[in-house]
Design a protein around this ligand. Structure first.
Ligand code: ZN
Length: 121
């Protein structure tokens, strides 16, 4: 892959990383806030606990998937550094620029991704 193209994807990945880090911070704050409310609720039996618990679980789930996503992005950035970015991990062919622009953290070309999907059923 040309250096200019690599730079483009690096920038794309960095922006995505910034965005996801912001979102993670937000959800972590939400969870912390809930933990504080939870502490108070136990002492005075107030607040709508059901709704809070739901929001809390939702925030935790979001945080987990965001962390997985962040991992994929950092992994892709590492591949940019290594010079292996844009190459399919299974067949070694170049991943199309169209696919990389849509999913900059992908490790597989479209054919291999479809095969993997089919395997998982
Ligand atoms: Zn492939």
């Amino acid at each position: 892959m040309r250096t200019r193209d690599l730079e483009k994807y690096r920038k794309l990945l960095m922006e995505e990383r910034e965005r996801i880090l912001e979102s993670i911070k937000e959800h972590e704050a939400q969870i912390r806030q809930y933990d504080e409310i939870e502490g108070r609720v136990h002492s005075n039996h107030m607040a709508d606990q059901g709704t809070d618990e739901f929001r809390h679980e939702q925030a935790i789930r979001l945080l987990q998937s965001e962390n997985r996503y962040l991992y994929r992005i950092e992994d892709a950035l590492q591949r940019v550094e290594d010079g292996t970015y844009g190459k399919c991990e299974l067949c070694g062919k170049a991943i199309s620029t169209q696919r990389l622009t849509a999913i900059p953290y992908t490790r597989l070309c479209i054919e291999c991704a479809e095969k993997e999907d089919a395997k998982r059923g």
